[in-house]
Design a protein around this ligand. Sequence first.
Ligand code: NAP
Length: 255
Amino acid sequence: MDRFTGRVAVITGGARGIGRATAERFAREGASVAVVDLDEASAARTAAELPLTEGAGALGVGADVSRADSVEAAVARVHERFGRLDVLMNNAGLIRDNLLFKMPESDWDLVMGVHLKGAFLMSKAAQRHMVEQGSGAIVNVSSTSALGSRGQANYSAAKAGIQGFTRTLAAELGPKGIRVNAVAPGFIATEMTDATARRLGVEPEEFRRLNAEATPVRRVGRPEDIASATAYLASDDAGFITGQVLYVDGGATVG
Ligand code: NAP
């Protein structure tokens, strides 16, 4: 498939995990890809390893999505390099889980800052170029945790906020040719879920097995599951879809 030939995709948190798998997917489908991540060296390493098609390019950019100056500089670099911006995936994230009574204010601010403010800042900077072009697609990363998740008051609120943000941007930007959707992953095997396992004192392998057992399709998700859903939502195949939240969770929220 070459759904993204001649297009430019920006993936935040793209150096590893879900973001990296999605960057690879866009590259394989013809896009030029900008991998934006906190650490410039990791972003550049991933960018250099992408399976690009002929004529496409890759760029690694070090940026903190929760800081306006950093975001402005990152989006400017991407636009300077490629001359356009077609797809933005707001994927950068972290967790700071704790029960409410033990959650420091700083962890609330950090999680809100990266997920929610990060998506706001990146979308605001990217849409300028998309509006100029008269086209674009934004895919925000929510989570099944948006529905409520013990020990994740900060993360759950941020991921629920992403859903309202998505619907609102869809209404505002639709007339400009820009579609905005969200994917809401369930349990995906990445360093993020491995870290949760270790924090709970469970081996990551065992944690995955237990989560697979509790999931209707009897497996946990792979980063590629989110990559393919994101690529679909960002592609012309989804040209009449905007303001939607697609749960990609093996049925975890239904059974
Ligand atoms: P991951 O492996 O931990 O990757 C997250 C990436 O985001 C890391 O490369 C991290 O950089 C980067 N990042 C963190 N803060 C950043 C910031 N301020 N600016 C720029 N980049 C930043 O996580 P993942 O599992 O792939 O998760 C990706 C997204 O999916 C997140 O939004 C997450 O909440 C969401 N999600 C994941 C799951 C799951 O089960 N894994 C489920 C639902 C939703 P560093 O390595 O330098 O920290």
